[in-house]
Design a protein. Sequence first.
Length: 276
Amino acid sequence: MSTMASVWRPVLAADWLTRAALAIVVALAVFALMPGWIAPYDPIALNVIDRLKPPSLAHPFGTDEAGRDIFSRVIYGTRYSMGVAMAIVASAAVIGTVYGTISGMAPRWLDNLMMRFVDLVFGFPALVLALAISAAVGRGLDSVTLALSLIWWPGFARLVRGEVLRLRNEPHVEAARALGLGRATIIRRHIIPFAMSAVNVRATTDIGYALVAVTALSFLGLGATSPTPEWGLLIRDSRPYFGTAWWYLVFPGGIIMVTATAFSLLGDALDGRKGP
């Protein structure tokens, strides 16, 4: 049985809600890869005649203050919001896996020292630290990616370190040592592959959380800049019009909620847990 099949078997065998979550994630991937095939309008083209139009057949999500189609902006925004969230989680997973593996295999004194540094990072309020880093680097999605990656990796490091401590005395690892395999080979062949299941679960769930963090920083003015169709920026721009154009806030906010929920359900399924 292939590794990919074993990873996704819990999802494919899950209930309809988890399958729906998988369908949503697949649809989002299509939106991100081929937005021009789905979005009916240019996401940044101005059309003041259609300013703040309510949802209709021509504009399913309505229009914004500049007459731009919100549905098209949400579709194109998938590439920015989801792309940044996945980049954050991927970089954090790589850094955390390397750091956690080194810590778990290191002598006790070095392991304690490395974990105290992780505790130090955890000691700072995550959003405040991300705000400080983003403000220091400068506004933009690149700075948001850097800031959130720097605060996200310790969770993966602690997770992987625990898996390494559990695995390094397992019979198959002891057998590899008895056969004279080097430490690097043991880590690469007999420890990391067995720890990746937990990393996959954490990464899948964290994409939703990272998405919320990305949109929060954009909402606070540190992420995307106008007229970029990024989900958090859409919500930020909708604030003055909530009383007169409810659709401007509701549809981008709804897609963020649905996306975060979908990734959370997939993470639970990969972990073999059943939802309520």
